[in-house]
Ligand binder design. Structure first.
Ligand code: ADP
Ligand code: MG
Ligand code: MG
Length: 885
C-alpha cells in the first residue's frame, strides 16, 4: 500500500496527479495555500482512498493507517511545537471532513480535540486564560458527544439556556469560567446517561474516534440526500483533515470570520464578509450572535453599531486583504475564505470557489477577462446557462414588505403584481384599459392563450412544472406559479381561499415565479438589467458556437423579444395561435362547422387576409432571417365553444340551431385527441385549410417584395407526418399553391418544405420521408409523448414517483431522454443518407435546455429553437457545447 496520509507541506510531485480527487477539495486547497506561503495551521490529510478501506474493513481503521496517522501526528507536533495530551503545552486539533466537491454543512467537523480533564488545566495555565480553556472544553464535549457518540445537541443547548436564564444573562459570552465549569460537569453527566459510557479521556482514542466519525458521516442520510440531488457518486468518499487548532475565542484580540473576494450578489470587485470577535468555528453562521461586517463601507450601509474588522483590527484586515488578492490570482476565480484571528495573528483555514448569483457570475467572468486572469473561453464555461434565466425576468425587491399567503411551484421565473381575475376575457378587458392582472385558474387550456398574454402573471391550483400553464408561461416569459394546492378557487363566487384568507376578484396579489410565493398586495419589482457585461458575454459565446439559435414565436411581440435576445430565425411559428384572436375565432368556427366545401371556402377566404397580415408582420421583424411556419396542427374541436353561453352566441352568429351546433361539436369530440384527427391528417381531410395557409404565406412574400421589405425564405412545415405518402401529398399541395401565386403575381417564389419528426415511425422511416422533405424539425415534446406513450399534461400525477424510484433521472419533458435521443440520431443518419442537403433542427421545449442543447450539438443538428426568453440561455449553452467538444 502506498502513502495514504499527507502533511499539508508535502510537495505535489510526491502526490498523485489529481490531488482534489485524492485529498478532497479542502485538503488540496489547504496544501496549495501552504505552498503559497500563507499562514495555515499545520496539519495532514487522510486521503479519500482510506474512506474506501474504512468501509471495506467493517467501518474500522486498520493498523497500517493508524500507524501512519501516529507518524504524521508526530510531524505536526514538531511543526506546532505542542504535543497531543501534553500536560504543559497540549496540542489541540480539529478533525474536518472534505469531499472532492464542497458539501456545505452536510458532513461533520470536530474542534478542540485533545482536551480532557487534565489538558484543559494545562491549556488554562499556558494561556493564563481559564475561561477560554473551559469554553473550549465544553465546546469539544458538545461536538464530540454529538458527532462521535450520537448525543443530540439540544441536550446541551438546553442546559446552556437554562443556565443563562437562572443567571439572568443573554449571551454565551456573558458566562464565566465557573459557569462553564459547572456546565462541563453537567455535560459529562448527560453523556454518561445517554450513552452509558464515560466521556473519553484518552486523547489518541479521541482522535481515532473523530476520524472514524467523519468517514461515517459520508453515509449519513443528509449526505446521501445531498449527493443524490447534486449527482455526486458515493464512490468518491471523503478525505479527513486533522489540523492544529488556532483560537478565535481567547479574547477581544481574537475573531473568526468568512469572506468572499468579490461580492457574491452583484460581483463588484470588493471583498465582502462577516466576522465575530471572540468566537470560534461555526458561530458566524450559527446565528447565535449577529456577526459584524468586514469592511467599513459595508458597515456604513447597514444599521450595525459595532465596528467593522477594517476599523477594529486594521492591521490584520490589511493582511487579510492582501491574502485574498493572492488567493484569487492563484485560483483565478472568486474565493470563499474562512479565517481565524488568534491574538491579532491571522490564520487561513479554508478557501474554495465561491457560490454566486447569475448577475455576479456574469460580472466576475467579464471582469476577470479584462484583468487578464482568465480567457474568454473560460469565462463562457464558467456560466451556468440555466441561471441566466433569473437575469431575464423582473424579480421581487426583497427589501419591501412581503406577506406570503400561500405557495405553489416555481413554474416560470420572474415576479408580477396585478388584480386577481378568473377568466381570460377579464384579463384581456383590463389589459385594454392598461390594468395589470394576475390570471388565476384551476388550470389553463389553449383557449386561455390570449388571456395569459394579457395578464402579467399566471397562478394555477393544479398542474406541475410542465403543465400547460407552466410551459406556455415560460414560453411567453410570463411569471407563473402553478399547482398551488394551498389555494382553493371558486369560479362562481370569483374568489380563492387560502388557509385563512379569502381573496376576491379585483384584489391585488403578487406572484413570484422564481420561488413559488403568492403574496398579498403589490410588491415592487426590480427590472431585468441586461447590462453591457451580459451582452458582451453573449457576443463572445456567439463567436464560439456552431449551432444556430432560433425561436418559437408567432406574435410580433414575442418575435421582437426573441430578436432582441439574438434569435437567428424562427424555428417554429404555430399558425393555430393566430386563430384564437377574437375577430377571427368566429370565422375559424364557421370554417370548422361548415357542412359543404363551398361554405368552408367562404369562411377560409375571410381568414386569409388575417393570416397574410400576421406573416407580413413577422417577416418584417425577421428581416431576411429564416422562418419555419407550421401548418395547422391541433384537432379542430379545440377551437369550438365550450360553455352554454358561448355555444348560443356562436349559434346566433352562424344562424344555426343550438341543437345542430351541439351535434356537430359532439361529432368532433375525440376520446384521445393527442392521437386523433390532427396534424397533416387535417390537411389530408381538408386540403383547403392548408391551401389557404400556404397562400397566406406566399402572398405575404409577394407583399413584402412589393413593399421592398427584405425577403424571407419560408420553411413550410407539415406536422405529424408518419408516412412517405403523407409528406408527398402535402408537398405537392404546397407546390401547387406556390405555382398559383407565382403565376398570379409574376414573381418567383422560393421556399422549403419539410416536416416535423414527432412520431417514432417517422424517425424510423426517415429515409423515405427525406425523399420529400428539405428539413426535419424534431418536435421533441410530442416525440417524447409518443415514444413513451405518456401524455405530458397528465404526467404530473406520477412523474414524481418515477423520479423517486429512479426510473427517470430527470423529467424527460425537460431534458431529452436517451431513448428519444436515439430516435433523433437514427432519423438524422437515415435522413442525411437519403438527402445530403437536408437541414436539421429541434423545436420542442428541449431547445432551451442546456443538456439537450449539448446533445443536439454532439449529433450535429443545424439549429435549436426555443422560447424567446430562453434564447440567451441557448446561446451560452451552444457555445459551451462547442468548447467542450
Ligand atoms: P465545513 O466544511 O462545514 O465548512 P470546516 O471543516 O471548514 O467545516 O470547519 C468549520 C469551521 O471550524 C471553520 O470554518 C473554522 O472556523 C473552524 N475550524 C476548523 N478547523 C479549525 C482550526 N484548525 N482552528 C480553528 N478553527 C477551525
Ligand atoms: Mg468550512
Ligand atoms: Mg406536435
Amino acid at each position: 500500500m502506498s502513502k495514504l496520509v499527507f502533511n499539508f507541506k508535502l510537495k505535489y510531485s510526491k502526490r498523485t496527479k489529481t490531488p482534489k480527487n485524492f485529498l478532497g477539495g479542502k485538503g488540496a486547497n489547504l496544501a496549495e495555500m501552504e505552498k503559497l506561503g500563507l499562514p495555515v495551521p499545520p496539519g495532514f490529510t487522510i486521503s479519500t482512498k482510506v474512506c474506501d478501506f474504512f468501509y471495506n474493513n467493517n467501518k474500522k481503521l486498520n493498523q497500517k493507517i493508524v500507524k501512519e496517522i501516529k507518524k504524521e501526528l508526530k510531524i505536526i507536533e514538531k511543526q506546532s511545537k505542542k504535543k497531543l495530551g501534553d500536560l504543559k503545552n497540549p496540542l489541540l486539533v480539529s478533525v474536518r471532513s472534505g469531499a472532492r466537491v464542497s458539501m456545505p454543512g452536510m458532513m461533520d467537523t470536530i474542534l478542540n480535540l485533545g482536551l480532557n480533564d487534565e489538558t484543559v488545566l494545562a491549556l488554562a495555565d499556558k494561556t493564563s486564560n481559564m475561561r477560554f480553556a473551559k469554553d473550549s472544553y465544553r465546546r469539544f464535549i458538545q461536538m464530540y458527544a454529538n458527532v462521535v457518540m450520537g448525543v443530540d445537541s439540544y441536550n446541551f443547548e438546553e442546559l446552556i439556556e437554562n443556565y443563562k436564564l437562572t443567571k439572568g444573562v443573554l449571551l454565551d459570552t456573558d458566562l464565566d469560567e465557573n459557569d462553564w465549569d459547572g456546565l462541563i460537569k453537567d455535560f459529562k453527566e448527560v453523556v454518561k446517561k445517554k450513552t452509558k459510557k464515560k466521556f473519553p479521556q484518552n486523547v489518541f482514542n479521541q482522535l481515532l474516534g473523530a476520524i472514524s466519525a467523519v468517514f461515517l458521516s459520508w453515509e449519513s442520510n443528509r449526505a446521501k440526500i445531498y449527493r443524490r440531488l447534486n449527482h455526486i457518486p458515493s464512490s468518491w468518499g471523503t478525505a479527513v483533515n486533522v489540523q492544529s487548532m488556532v483560537f478565535g475565542n481567547m479574547g477581544k484580540d481574537c475573531a473568526t470570520g468568512v469572506v468572499f473576494t468579490r461580492s457574491p450578489s452583484d460581483g463588484s470587485n470588493k471583498i465582502y464578509g462577516e466576522y465575530l470577535i471572540n468566537a470560534q468555528g461555526e458561530d458566524v453562521v450559527a446565528g447565535t450572535r449577529t456577526p459584524q461586517y468586514i469592511t467599513k463601507s459595508a458597515n456604513k450601509n447597514s444599521l450595525s453599531k459595532e465596528k467593522s474588522m477594517e476599523e477594529f483590527m486594521p492591521k490584520v484586515f490589511k493582511q487579510l486583504k492582501k491574502i485574498l488578492k493572492k488567493l484569487e490570482n492563484h485560483y483565478r476565480d472568486m474565493q470563499d475564505v474562512e479565517f481565524t484571528v488568534e491574538k491579532n495573528k491571522l490564520w487561513i483555514l479554508q478557501t474554495r470557489s465561491g457560490k454566486r448569483t447569475a448577475k455576479s457570475a456574469v460580472k466576475i467572468a467579464i471582469d476577470m477577462v479584462k484583468e487578464k486572469l482568465i480567457s474568454k473561453r473560460e469565462a463562457i464555461l464558467r456560466i451556468d446557462p440555466n441561471s441566466l434565466d433569473s437575469l431575464l425576468h423582473p424579480t421581487l425587491d426583497e427589501k419591501s414588505e412581503i406577506n406570503v399567503i400561500a405557495k405553489g411551484l416555481p413554474a416560470s421565473p420572474g415576479a408580477a403584481s396585478g388584480k386577481v381575475v378568473f377568466t381570460s376575457d377579464e384579463a384581456e378587458r383590463l389589459n385594454d384599459t392598461m390594468q395589470d392582472t394576475i390570471l388565476v385558474r384551476v388550470e389553463t387550456s389553449p383557449e386561455d392563450i390570449q388571456g395569459m398574454h394579457a395578464a402579467k402573471g399566471i397562478l394555477t391550483s393544479r398542474g406541475g412544472m410542465t403543465s400547460h400553464a407552466a410551459v406556455v408561461a415560460r414560453g411567453m416569459g410570463r411569471p407563473c406559479v402553478s399547482g398551488s394546492n394551498e389555494i382553493d378557487i371558486n369560479y362562481e363566487e370569483k374568489t380563492f381561499k387560502t388557509s385563512n384568507l379569502t381573496i376576491k376578484e379585483g384584489e391585488i396579489i403578487t406572484i413570484d415565479g422564481s420561488t413559488g410565493r403568492i403574496i398579498l398586495g403589490q410588491v415592487s419589482t426590480i427590472k431585468p438589467e441586461i447590462s453591457g457585461d451580459f451582452s458582451r458575454l453573449m457576443s463572445w459565446a456567439d463567436k464560439y458556437r456552431k449551432l444556430k439559435i432560433r425561436t418559437n414565436s408567432e406574435t410580433p411581440t414575442d418575435t421582437k423579444t426573441a430578436r432582441d435576445f439574438g434569435a437567428e430565425g424562427i424555428g417554429l411559428c404555430r399558425t393555430e395561435h393566430m386563430f384564437f384572436d377574437e375577430e377571427r375565432i368566429l370565422s375559424v368556427r364557421q370554417m370548422i362547422l361548415s357542412k359543404s366545401r363551398n361554405d368552408r371556402d367562404k369562411a377560409l377566404s375571410k381568414l386569409l387576409p388575417y393570416q397574410k397580415k400576421d406573416f407580413v408582420d413577422i417577416f418584417k421583424i425577421m428581416n431576411g432571417l429564416p422562418v419555419t411556419v407550421r401548418l395547422l396542427d391541433p384537432p379542430l374541436h379545440e377551437f369550438l365553444p365550450k360553455n352554454e353561453n358561448e355555444i348560443s352566441d356562436v349559434a346566433k352568429y352562424l344562424d344555426l340551431p343550438v341543437k345542430e351546433l351541439e351535434g356537430r361539436i359532439n361529432e368532433l369530440h375525440e376520446h384521445n385527441p393527442m392521437l386523433g384527427h390532427r396534424g397533416c391528417r387535417l390537411g389530408i381531410s381538408f386540403p383547403e385549410i392548408y391551401e389557404m395557409q400556404c397562400r397566406a404565406i406566399f402572398e405575404a412574400l409577394v407583399e413584402c417584395k412589393n413593399k421592398k421589405i427584405k425577403s424571407t425564405l419560408p420553411e413550410i412545415m407539415i406536422p405529424l407526418v408518419s408516412t412517405e405518402a403523407e409528406i408527398k401529398i402535402m408537398k405537392d399541395l404546397v407546390i401547387k399553391v406556390a405555382r398559383q401565386v407565382q403565376n398570379e403575381n409574376k414573381i418567383k417564389i422560393k421556399f422549403l418544405v419539410g416536416t416535423m419528426i414527432e412520431l417514432p415511425r417517422a424517425a424510423i422511416k426517415a429515409q423515405d420521408i427525406a425523399k420529400h422533405a428539405e428539413f426535419f424539425s424534431f418536435g421533441t415534446n410530442d416525440l417524447t409523448q409518443t415514444t413513451f406513450g405518456i401524455s405530458r399534461d397528465d404526467s404530473g400525477k406520477f412523474l414524481n414517483d418515477y423520479i423517486e424510484n429512479k426510473i427517470f433521472d430527470i423529467d424527460p419533458f425537460i431534458s431529452i431522454d436517451d431513448g428519444v435521443g436515439d430516435l433523433i440520431k437514427i432519423a438524422t443518419q437515415k435522413g442525411r443518407k437519403q438527402n445530403k442537403k437536408i437541414k436539421f433542427g429541434i423545436c420542442g421545449e428541449h431547445g432551451g435546455d442546456p443538456k439537450s442543447i449539448d446533445f443536439c450539438s454532439k449529433i450535429g443538428l443545424d439549429y435549436v429553437s426555443c422560447s424567446p426568453y430562453r434564447v440567451p440561455v441557448a446561446r451560452i449553452a451552444a457555445a459551451q457545447a462547442q468548447l467542450k467538444k
